[in-house]
Every structure is written in C-alpha cells, then in structure tokens.
Design a binder for this molecule. Structure first.
Ligand code: ATR
Length: 502
C-alpha cells in the first residue's frame, strides 16, 4: 500500500522532531531534508532515525533539483556518508531510505547503504517541466533490483499528467515513486496507490517557519482525513471536480465527508484542468465515475456528452457528468439547486408575479434565467457585455441591458429580487461589487451565488440597506445533493442532511 511521507524542512533537528510528534499518526515515513538544516545541525543527522521512531528518508537536495543545498558535491557526499556511517544492526537506528540522484556515482555510499538495509531511492527531478520518455526513464533509473525509482516532474498542462498516468500503467513491474509537482499534480498525490507510486510526499501547512519542499504537496492530515488516502485501493470509485483555476471549492469537503459518513469506498478529488478535453482524457485513463464541472468548463463540455438532460439542453451548460458505457451523461444541478434555495428563502412555490434582476450572463446566469422562466418569473438581465445579456434574454422574452447607468435605471421595475451570478466579489477579489452603481432601497430580496466570502461586498451593501440577503452556500449544498443522486444512482441520505450543513 502507498505510504504517506512527511517532508521535514525545519532549520534544526529539534524542530523537525516536534513536527514528527505532531503528525506521527498521519504519516508512515518522514524525509529528513538535510539541505534545510542549519550547517551545524547537519553534522548531527546520524541519530535522527532513532529519535524520530519512524522510517526516515535521508535526502540532501541540490538547488538544481529544487532543494537548498548549494555546497559542492564533495561536501554533499561527505554529509551523505555521515548519515550512513556507523550503521547499527538494529535497522530502526539506521535511515530506512537514502535518496541518491541518478547522476550521483559514489559506489562506497551505495555499499554502505546496502550493507545495513538502507533502501536506495534512485531519483530524477525536473522542477521546470516534463520528462519526454518517462517509461524508458523509469526503467533505466534502477541499477540494482533492490532500488526504488523516483521521478518527480512539473507538468505545465493536465495533458502532461495524463502521460504520467500512462507511463505508470506501462511500468507496473517497476518499484517506483512517481509524482507531478505543481497545480496540476493533485491527482497523482491523492491517487498514489492507483499510480503504483509507493510514496506520496506531504508537507506541514500553516507553520510559517517551515518552507514548502515542493509545490502542490498536501498536508498529511488532509490526505489522511479528508481524502482517506489509506483506504484508497484499485476498487475505490473515483469522483471529482474539474475547473480552472479551481481555487475556492467546497465540493471536495462535502463529498468526501458524505462518503466517509456512509462508509462508501469512494473518493472525490480536485482536478484543475486547463482544457476540458485533457480532463476527459485523464478521467478515462483513471476511470472516473462522476464529475462536477465548474467554471470555465460548463459550456465547453457540451460537445463531449453522449447524452444531455433536458435542463442541459435548455440552459446550454452542464455541471454534472456521469460515466456510462455509452459515454458521458450530462445534467445540470445548478438549476434546481438555485430555485429550491431561493424559493425556500422567499417562502414561495414559484416566481409568479415576481420581477427579478439577474446580474451576469455566463454559465451560472443561464441556469438562473432558465429557472426564473420555468417558474413563471419575469426578469431583467444586466451584463457587463450587453450583447451576451441580449442573447440570454431574447428566447425568454426578458428585458436586458448593460451594467451602465441606463441598465441600472431599469432595475427599479425589476427589484423584487436581485440575483448576482458572476464571480465578481469572490475570494480573493473581495472588494469588487458588480452592481456598485445601484443603490439598494431595502425592499429587495438579494441573492449572491458566491459563498466565499460568506458576505460579498455586494451582499453587505444590500444588508446594510435593510434587504433580506442569501449567499450561494445553501444553493451549493442543494446542487451537491442533486449531484450525489446522479453519481450514486440513489437519493441523498436524508439522515445526513443536517450533518452536511457545514
Ligand atoms: P460563470 O459560469 O461563472 O457564469 P462565465 O460564463 O465565464 O462564468 O461568466 C462570467 C460572468 O461574469 C459574465 O457575465 C461576465 O461578464 P461578461 O459577459 O461581460 O464577460 C461576468 N464578469 C466577469 N468579470 C466581470 C467584471 N470584472 N465585471 C463585471 N462582470 C464580470
């Protein structure tokens, strides 16, 4: 089973030991990054494995490989020898592994390691890009059968991550550690078991004195508790969310909590994707069962669907796909999630007699407009680009305008409810307000589909004017529960409803 390794990047061994104590229950192995230690501390590494009480990887990473070591090669080799010298017959007092880069040729170090059971990790790091021949390279790295091959690359697109999964599938017979660094690599870290990678590297988050050893690493607690890393096997059903940049999403917390509570052998992973085509490629290679699709892919996914629900047809946007022998089946749960949430908030069964302003004309606005129309409301659509507002409004015979004075003046007659559907005001851009030109009167019911922050600048202003306001969190929960229905082919367990009001 794949192991969780914690990278130790403290300046002193004492600090590293403190971290080991704090995270012991979440990790199987630790990596002592000697290159982060202060020079005096580096001479004391030999006793670290005994002090840590966990298997330890000895690593002294050079700056060219993404590490901190800037001394000469002689100094590095002499430090490595210090770590491996005076080996003990009790293996727990020795380093369990030593990381030696593929271009390091020091037979005496290897001999020292082998004699006392320290396993050699033969590594290659590309901190700037990919390896053009991953499969060949993985096979060529090992010099002896007892070694472990490690390749870490930095993909610049999701398509390159697909290549990594493919190389993993072609090298199931090679003992290896394989991972992608950076923003596209999350799937390789969570699904190490599926990749056949023996170790997933993690780091401590939220401790300012501990630098990040490699971009994209998870916190060990997150990997263990949220993603249930230790329970992931070849049989685990894989779900996830794709979008870009996919920074502020509550969906992994929602679905993984549900899966854990109901004991499903399933995991839900974030997959930032620069193109929906590459995402689908990855989803096929790793066998994903269902996916939440978010900004900016909700429309781009349409040509790839084998079947579409009626909502997807009418809205022209899809936020949920499920794998089927015929291909991907697309539906839209934003629409019912939105209308359920707003109707409950206003205590009505439909929007009959309501005059509503919709701000925005993108994917989210399409779902909102379709529901307002379906449920008998009348709307005004205002968008920065008025042509998009016109295109959305015309089939429903809604009014439209720009976010300019003329458009803002139209709100007066459409002010029972105002719904903000753009991403303007979302973290980290929390001071922006897409409707800054409008002055709330206080009678309007105001909804923002954003839920991070809880109160956008727009909602705050409305609340201060006396309006009843609702953010997008309840809508998110409701759409996620509908999504669960599509993923699992069963209704969301009612007994979990109250527990999922996170
Ligand atoms: P989504 O699926 O979240 O709706 P989208 O389809 O990219 O995403 O739509 C983004 C919406 O936010 C659009 O209405 C967009 O307005 P334009 O059509 O004029 O681009 C709106 N939007 C984005 N940035 C904006 C900004 N700075 N000010 C006003 N509106 C903005």
């Amino acid at each position: 089973m794949a192991k969780i390794c914690l990278c130790l990047t403290g300046k002193t061994l004492a600090r590293d030991l403190e971290v080991v104590e704090k995270y012991r229950k979440y990790v199987d192995v630790v990596e002592l990054r000697v290159d982060y230690l202060e020079p005096d501390e580096r001479f004391l590494i030999r006793r670290f494995p005994e002090m840590a009480g966990l298997p330890v990887i000895l690593t002294i990473r050079r700056d060219i490989d993404g590490g901190q070591f800037v001394g000469g090669e002689g100094a590095r080799i002499s430090l490595l020898s210090k770590g491996l010298a005076f080996a003990d017959v009790n293996p727990r007092r020795n380093f369990a592994y030593v990381d030696l880069e593929e271009d390091l040729n020091v037979p005496s170090l290897e001999e020292a390691a082998r004699t006392f059971g320290t396993r050699i990790i033969r590594s290659y790091h590309n901190i700037n890009g990919m390896d053009p021949d991953l499969t060949g390279h993985l096979r060529g790295l090992l010099r002896e059968g007892d070694e472990l091959a490690k390749i870490a690359v930095m993909p610049h697109s999701l398509e390159e991550v697909v290549q990594v999964f493919k190389a993993a599938q072609e090298t199931t017979d090679v003992d290896k550690i394989l991972l992608c660094m950076g923003e596209f690599g999350a799937s390789t870290r969570i699904l190490a078991e599926l990749l056949g990678s023996q170790i997933s590297y993690t780091m401590v988050t939220g401790e300012p004195d501990l630098p990040i050893a490699a971009p994209g690493q998870f916190d060990p607690r997150e990997l263990t508790e949220r993603y249930r890393f230790r329970d992931i096997s070849a049989k685990t059903r894989i779900f996830g969310i794709t979008g870009y940049p996919l920074k502020a999403t509550a969906s992994p917390a929602f679905f993984n909590t549900v899966f854990a509570l109901e004991n499903s052998d399933a995991v839900y992973i974030p997959v930032p994707a620069d193109s929906i085509r590459s995402f689908l490629h990855l989803a096929e290679v790793i066998g994903m069962a269902g996916v939440s699709v978010t900004v900016p892919h909700k429309e781009a996914i349409l040509p790839y669907l084998a079947k579409r629900s009626a909502e997807v047809e009418s809205i022209g946007a899809c936020n949920t796909i499920v794998s089927d022998p015929s291909g991907w089946i697309g539906s839209n749960t934003d629409a019912p999630g939105f209308s359920d949430s707003l109707l409950e908030f206003i205590g009505k069964k439909n929007f009959k007699g309501k005059r509503i302003t919709i701000v925005g004309a993108g994917g989210a606005a399409r779902a909102v407009a379709a529901e307002v129309y379906r449920l008998a409301g009348k709307a005004l659509i205002l968008n920065r680009n008025p042509i998009r507002a016109r295109d959305l409004a015309t089939p429903y015979r809604f009014l439209w305008g720009g976010l300019d004075t003329h458009g803002i003046n139209l709100i007066e007659k459409y002010s029972d409810i105002i719904i903000q559907t753009t991403s303007v005001g979302m973290e980290p851009d929390i001071t922006s307000d897409p409707l800054a030109l409008y002055t709330f009167k206080g009678h309007e019911v105001v909804m923002d589909v954003i839920y991070k922050p809880e109160m956008t600048a727009f909602l705050k202003r409305a609340a201060e004017a006396g309006c009843r306001v609702q953010n997008g969190y309840d809508m998110l929960l409701r759409q996620a529960r509908y999504q669960y229905g599509h993923f699992m082919g069963a209704e969301f367990p009612p007994q979990l409803m109250s527990r999922m009001k996170m």
